[in-house]
Design a protein around this ligand. Structure first.
Ligand SMILES: [Zn+2]
Length: 343
């Protein structure tokens, strides 16, 4: 099969022929149709996160059609449209038993991250990791379930926000824009903060009541003014960037007793004022991907049109390096898709 292969860290992908995946009795072979590109793919390529065994075939937002099923697989047929939940674990643990599959202690790997993924004509997954893709959800949008959409749904749930509360989405990229859509549906008053004027425009379209530049002086003051009701900031900040600068800004935007949900990951150590955290009783909460129920619910929300991911463009597998540089240079507004095979 044709695949985009990372042969050494820091190098472009080589699009070449590699052996097809061989499935075990509990596994399913999927013919890939599309696969989204995420910033984690850049981190893998740069050796900044996960660092899989090389050569490696990345791609963790795939969607496709079942091409073969292992002999012990029930409930899936050849030809069925599917997307994966990425976290493959062996046996159960207290986290998987409570639906926290992205926290599994018996983790065998993450599809497309540490295990072979969807930048290839075929990928394999344990049957228990596969979810049917609703007929009215196209492959390119459906594939985003496994990272971008599930991450937005899970982070929203971690926030515990209720109707009438306020939130700041700090970093209005692909996941941030979906969070804005979810928060609007949930009746949460939402402010988007970003560097890019284009992203702020998209955030306003997605339902943000106020869209502010992180670089402009007085952003924290405008957030306080917007929130009103005697609060000194928003109830919850969704930190989508993960840089020292944005974590510091997030603490300034949060009200006393408010939450900062950390979703963005960068290899930086923010200098957050511990006096601020202790005296203003801020809560800092991490959020990673999500459990299988989050994925099932994410697919329903895609099908119902509650979440509408923005696709920036699609590229053939042969053009993957060009597509990756668009993501790297932050030139794309929305998700960039690799179109592995047409229907
Ligand atoms: Zn991702």
């Amino acid at each position: 099969m044709k695949a985009a292969v990372l042969r050494s860290i820091g190098q472009p992908f080589a699009v070449e022929d590699v052996p097809d995946p061989i499935i075990g009795p509990d596994e399913v072979l999927v013919a890939t149709r599309t696969c989204g590109i995420c910033r984690t793919d850049l981190h893998i390529q740069d050796g900044l996160a996960y660092v899989p065994g090389l050569p490696h075939v990345p791609g963790h937002e795939p969607a496709g059609v079942i091409a073969d099923v292992g002999r012990d697989v029930d409930g899936f047929q050849v030809g069925q449209r599917v997307v994966p939940h990425l976290f493959v674990s062996s046996g159960d643990c207290r986290f998987t038993r409570t639906g926290q599959h992205a926290q599994a202690t018996h983790l065998q790997g993450i599809i497309g991250v540490t295990l072979p993924g969807g930048f290839a004509e075929y990928f394999k997954a344990p049957a228990e990791n596969l979810l049917p893709l609703p007929d009215n959800v196209p492959f390119d949008v459906g594939g985003l379930t496994s990272c971008a959409v599930i991450t937005a749904v899970h982070a929203y749930r971690k926030s515990g926000l209720q109707m009438g509360r306020s939130a700041v989405v700090l970093g209005a990229g692909g996941i941030g824009l979906m969070l804005v859509q979810l928060l609007k549906q949930a009746g949460v008053r939402t402010i988007a903060v970003s560097r890019s004027p284009d992203s702020l425009r998209l955030a306003t379209q997605a339902g943000a009541e106020l869209s502010l530049s992180i670089e402009q002086a007085g952003t924290a003051g405008r957030i306080r003014e917007f929130v009103g009701s005697g609060k000194d900031g928003a109830d919850c900040i969704f930190e989508m960037v993960g840089r020292a600068e944005t974590m510091r800004a997030g603490a300034d935007y949060t009200c006393r007793g408010g939450r900062i949900i950390v979703i963005g990951e960068e290899a930086e150590f923010p200098a957050i004022d511990t006096i601020q955290i202790a005296q203003r009783e801020l809560e800092i909460i991490g959020s990673r991907n999500g459990g299988r129920q989050d994925a099932i619910d994410a697919l329903e929300m895609l099908s119902a049109g509650i979440v509408r991911p923005h696709i920036a463009g699609s590229y053939a597998l042969d053009e993957i390096n060009e597509a990756m540089s668009l993501v790297r240079n932050r030139k794309a507004r929305g998700r960039v898709i690799v179109n592995v095979a047409s229907e």
